[in-house]
Design a protein around this ligand. Structure first.
Ligand code: SAH
Length: 338
């Protein structure tokens, strides 16, 4: 438990503060991004309580900061209080600034091409550890005159819906206290069906991205083993339920192009059917090299042909440029050896 795990009421109770002081602490934590130099409203004794008591200290220690793409991509390696490791990535674009946040140290899902699965599962992150990644990256942008964070994707280490409660409570804090719009917060999942149903039941306003990668069960199960438990038909039913829970939502389907595995005409046609059914946007990316996979990315011409087939079926589709590959910060490359 650390400061960012606590609610306003808990802060008031544990620090034994007047309500207005507790509100000032929350303002310091979120509006001033936990920057002690901006905490002038708080009296010394409260500051000492926050900064001096290990219980209330921050839960992340920055071990290493790497950058590439001409300083437009940064990878943060953090150590948690129990020495487990996680990574977060900051990506600057000409019109936005996006953070890629972890929800677990390691991952249980074991997708065949993903380095995070290879490091095994360490543990779920707390709400505070999730929120503090965002706070730290936001503070970094502010101090270094980078564009302030506009978008957040839960596409770092781990499976967000395998840590549902903490991911959801962190998302609410990021929306309400850090003022990122719900449409700018994307929860990415390998397709944990009961949790997608909970998202619909809980009427969550956040965007959902689904790592599909295969458009029939045989192909998908080879890449994403959890598909054996939650096959495509079941997944699609849950996604429709999520879509219907509110008209304003949009789903995106993630598709990593792997040479000879999921880049055929047959897969493009089947993917188009699923995407049309879900009115989904498709994000295509090239496979990033990892120790987990001997496969190669689809070549550019085949990728462009794959995209054209989706375009011709009227599917909204983007072929994304890979970011962060040279510092192992790209999709599927996050893996801290501990
Ligand atoms: N567990 C969540 C969040 C991780 S997001 C999920 O699966 O959605 C990371 C994204 O990168 C996922 O879409 C994942 O399938 C994809 N990915 C994993 N390994 C990759 C690789 N080597 N190259 C490209 N994408 C990869």
């Amino acid at each position: 438990m650390a400061l960012y795990d606590l609610t306003l009421n808990e802060i008031q109770e544990y620090l034994k503060l007047e309500p207005y002081r507790a509100r000032q602490v929350v303002e310091f934590m979120y509006k001033h991004l936990g920057d002690l130099s901006k905490a002038s409203a708080l009296p010394k004794n409260v500051l000492n309580q926050i900064a001096g008591d290990p219980y209330f200290q921050t839960s992340l220690k920055l071990l290493k900061l790497s950058q590439c793409d001409n300083g437009q991509t940064h990878k943060f390696l953090f150590e948690l209080n129990d020495h487990k490791l996680i990574e977060s990535v900051l990506m600057q674009y000409h019109n936005r600034s996006s953070v890629c946040i972890s929800t677990q140290s390691g991952c249980k899902m074991n997708c065949s091409f993903c380095a995070t699965g290879q490091m095994g599962f360490k543990r779920n992150l707390t709400k505070g550890e999730i929120v503090e990644q965002v706070i730290t990256l936001m503070r970094f942008c502010l101090r270094n005159n980078y564009r302030p964070v506009t978008n957040l994707v839960f596409m770092g280490m781990g499976e967000p819906l395998d840590n549902y409660e903490n991911t959801v409570s962190a998302s609410w804090a990021i929306k309400n206290d850090l003022n990122l719009g719900a449409k700018h917060i994307t929860i990415s999942t390998v397709g944990i069906v009961p949790a997608i149903e909970s998202m619909a039941d809980d009427n969550l306003p956040f965007r959902l991205a689904v790592s599909l990668h295969g458009a029939d069960n045989e192909t998908r199960s080879r890449i994403v083993p959890i598909n054996k438990k939650y096959p495509i038909e079941t997944l699609v039913v849950a996604l429709k339920k999520y879509l219907m829970a509110s008209g304003s939502r949009r789903i995106s389907l993630e598709w990593t192009l792997i040479e000879g595995t999921n880049d055929s005409v047959d897969q493009a046609i089947k993917l188009s059917k699923i995407a049309k059914d879900l009115k989904a946007h498709v994000n295509l990316i090239y496979l990033n090299p990892t120790k987990a996979t001997l496969n190669r990315p689809t070549d550019k011409n085949t990728a462009l042909a794959f995209k054209s087939m989706l375009d011709n079926h009227g599917i909204n589709c983007t072929l994304r440029r890979t970011r962060g590959q040279s510092i192992d910060a790209a999709c599927g490359q996050l893996a801290s050896i501990n």
